[in-house]
Design a protein around this ligand. Structure first.
Ligand code: GTP
Ligand code: MG
Length: 452
């Protein structure tokens, strides 16, 4: 899809939800069915991302998606591990994803990471559909493989359907508690004002055609204006991850959301100190249909156009940070692009005080989310940075005057071995968690406890 000259960019779809609720399975179903249908060549897998062309979507969705109704090239799905903050998925101060699927296990309902996903969808105003997954586990359920959900739902026994309804109404209630008016998707007339809930199973494929249909509808209606971009312009993207790749050193997994990146391009990348200016040595994509996370061999490509996932190999990338912007310089002055990257980073800069706690997070997006949560809880911040917990952080936290501030709050980060030693020998407390509000709560409780 990336080399297809099309004036409309592929919409980016984030797949969000609590651990084990079925995000990857849902994507596997979308990929897998297409493959078994002999569509292997038509599916392009990228870094943490899967591009699914319109023809494949319409084939899977059957009568629900007529390709002639759409002029979008397809959809780019981004899987987010449940334990990892998808707040990495930001771009230009907003959401990187154009639309989202919130996957919720119908039996489990809302869980901490579901709440966290809702927070960010709300904050960024990202349109989304709810995949009420695992309907096949409803007692008495009679599966209809790969069917649209309505006929399958209508064909269930009364008792199976009412058990499922109970769970679905619970879910609709939880959405309404969060100020979203939601309903069974087939009753939703206006997807702009209402959230569609699609009962589905990533295992049996029921409801998957419906999810694709709703996503296409959402993209087509609300995104079209934004999709008409200069697809030939200098590439812009967001760093998903900084990874060591054998033979290349530090590389970047990037989602390109605008323009084109070519081998040899000069790029500017947001980093822990000054932006990095470097030259693209290689652009790497996983082989089609290889498992992304275990993929070791990559195919080298000359250019990548939006929207796509790609691994960028270039010198001096080790200080790059997840969530940071990547911009191609082409036809502009380098200084201008550096200033742009700095401006974008400044937007996310956290307000710090003379006295407060030390915050470490895995990505710029999660650091921003942490800072917002702490501000709401009126907890002052002395220093906030992306990265694992280092001895320097322990030293800085130790300089706080108030005992309660001699604290490091770590979100999705590791403690470096030498920092571990420092921690043991100091009076600095460490709190770590992979759910932001739980982390803030734990710290709050600790402060309350101390005041007693
Ligand atoms: P993380 O990436 O760890 O956050 O999890 P995930 O949301 O990607 O969940 P994953 O797809 O790995 O699924 C978790 C488990 O649920 C696996 O054992 C799946 O086989 C199972 N599962 C997922 N979807 C369904 C479904 O629709 N029905 C049933 N019965 N099991 C499912
Ligand atoms: Mg997963």
């Amino acid at each position: 899809m990336s080399d297809q000259a099309n004036s409309l960019r592929t919409p980016i779809v984030a797949v969000l939800g609590h651990v084990d609720h079925g995000k990857t399975s849902l994507l596997d179903k979308i990929r897998g069915s297409a493959v078994s249908d002999g569509e292997a060549g038509a599916i392009t897998q990228h870094i943490g991302a899967t591009a699914v062309p319109l023809e494949t979507i319409s084939e899977m969705a059957g009568s629900l998606v007529q390709p002639t109704d759409f002029d979008l090239p397809g959809l780019l799905f981004i899987d987010t591990p449940g334990h990892h903050s998808f707040s990495t998925l930001r771009a230009r101060g907003g959401a990187l994803a154009d639309i989202a699927i919130l996957v919720v296990d119908v039996n489990d309902g809302f869980q901490p990471q579901t709440e966290e996903a809702i927070d960010i969808l709300q904050r960024t105003g990202t349109p989304f559909v709810v995949a009420a997954n695992k309907v096949d586990t409803t007692p008495g359920w009679n599966p209809v493989e790969d069917s649209p959900i309505k006929p399958s739902y209508d064909g269930q026994s009364d008792s199976a359907r009412s058990r499922l309804d109970e769970n679905l109404y619970e879910l609709i209630g939880q959405l309404s508690d969060r100020d979203f008016s939601a309903d069974f998707y087939w009753r939703v007339q206006n997807f702009q004002n209402n959230i569609g809930v699609v009962p589905c199973s990533a295992l049996t494929g029921e409801g998957v055609p419906d999810i694709l249909a709703v996503l296409m509808g959402l993209s087509q209606r609300f995104m079209k204006a934004e999709m008409e971009i200069d697809v030939e312009g200098p590439g812009e993207g967001t760093v998903l991850e900084v990874k060591d790749q054998q033979g290349f050193g530090a590389t970047l997994d990037v989602v390109v959301y605008d323009g084109i990146i070519r081998e040899g391009d000069t790029i500017v990348v947001g980093a822990s100190d000054e932006p990095i200016v470097t030259e693209v040595r290689a652009l790497l994509q996983p082989r089609p249909n290889a498992e992304i996370r275990v993929e070791k061999r990559f195919e080298r490509v000359e250019s990548v156009g939006a929207a796509a996932g790609v691994k960028i190999a270039a010198p001096d990338l080790d200080k790059a940070i997840a969530g940071a912007p990547v911009r191609v310089v082409r036809d502009r002055s380098e200084d201008e692009v550096i200033a742009e990257v700095k401006a974008e980073l400044a937007e996310i800069e956290v307000d710090t005080q003379e006295e407060g706690v030390v915050v470490k997070a895995d990505t710029l997006g999660s650091l921003e989310a942490m800072a917002n949560a702490l501000e709401e809880a009126e907890i002052p911040i002395l220093r906030a940075e992306v990265g694992d917990i280092a001895p320097r952080d322990v030293a800085v936290a130790g300089t706080a005057r108030e005992v309660e501030n001699k604290t490091i709050l770590g979100f999705n980060v590791d403690v470096l071995p030498n920092a571990e030693r420092e921690l043991e020998q100091s009076d600095v407390r460490l709190f770590d968690d992979d759910v932001i509000y739980q982390l803030v709560e734990e710290y709050d409780e600790y402060v309350e406890e101390m005041k007693r």
